[in-house]
Design a binder for this molecule. Structure first.
Ligand code: CO
Length: 223
């Protein structure tokens, strides 16, 4: 599709809607009548990481929240509202926090770039970096530092998700809900599971420690 004209997008939309109904004549009608995604995706706004496409899911199958550098903080009403609706109304079974290598937000935080208002948002990434300063310094060479921070950041955001009132209360009422941490590679389009899947508050601390240990071991080339 040639770039430069907004009309191209409308034309492209027409063709897409036509294709979808050709493949399945009831497709849109079905979606009008029900919304039952099983997954909530919390990812980066980066245009190279389109949530549905990279996991091969159709409209209706993935509830999505994206922001710069897939940050989950306890006072972000936007993210919390998405999460609450997903968990309490849609009753998703999985929440996936998906970061990506080569994330501009992570790199800007690491390089302490001055980009304006967004510096305040990325301060949360820098907090993760600072929290794990020793781990990063001891185990990681500079070359893989951005990758390591991408992974550490996802691990910390999984913890943040698990500690929200929304997820804790879901677990208290024994709702089936698992939180996962993934990182997507722009290089080959593949997702790496950081193996920090948590299905209950009691598992959180040990899963977190194991994920951190695994990360250090991988980065040091010992695993
Ligand atoms: Co990004």
């Amino acid at each position: 599709m040639p770039l430069g004209s907004i009309h191209n997008l409308i034309d492209s939309n027409r063709r897409w809607a036509f294709r979808m109904t050709q493949q399945d004549s009831a497709f849109f009608q079905r979606l009008v009548n029900q919304h039952t995604p099983e997954y909530l995706w919390i990812g980066c706004s980066d245009s190279r990481v389109p949530a549905n496409e990279i996991v091969g899911l159709l409209p209706g199958e993935l509830f999505v929240h994206r922001n710069v550098a897939n940050v989950v903080i306890h006072t972000d009403l936007n993210c919390l509202s998405v999460m609450q609706y997903a968990v309490e109304v849609l009753k998703v079974k999985h929440i996936i926090v998906c970061g990506h290598y080569g994330c501009g937000g992570i790199e800007a935080a690491l390089e302490n770039k001055k980009l304006g208002l967004i510096d305040n948002w990325l301060r949360h990434v820098q907090d993760v970096q600072q929290k794990h300063q020793q781990r990063l310094a001891e185990n990681l060479s500079e070359k893989i530092m951005p990758d390591a921070l991408c992974e550490l950041h996802v691990i910390e955001q999984v913890v943040n998700v698990c500690r929200t009132t929304i997820v804790r209360e879901a677990w208290e009422r024994e709702q089936n809900l698992t939180v996962h941490g993934w990182v997507y590679s722009l290089q080959d389009g593949l997702v790496k599971d950081l193996e920090i899947s948590v299905a209950g508050i009691k598992e959180l601390d040990s899963t977190y420690e194991t994920a951190l240990d695994r990360l250090s071991a991988c980065s040091a080339g010992t695993a």
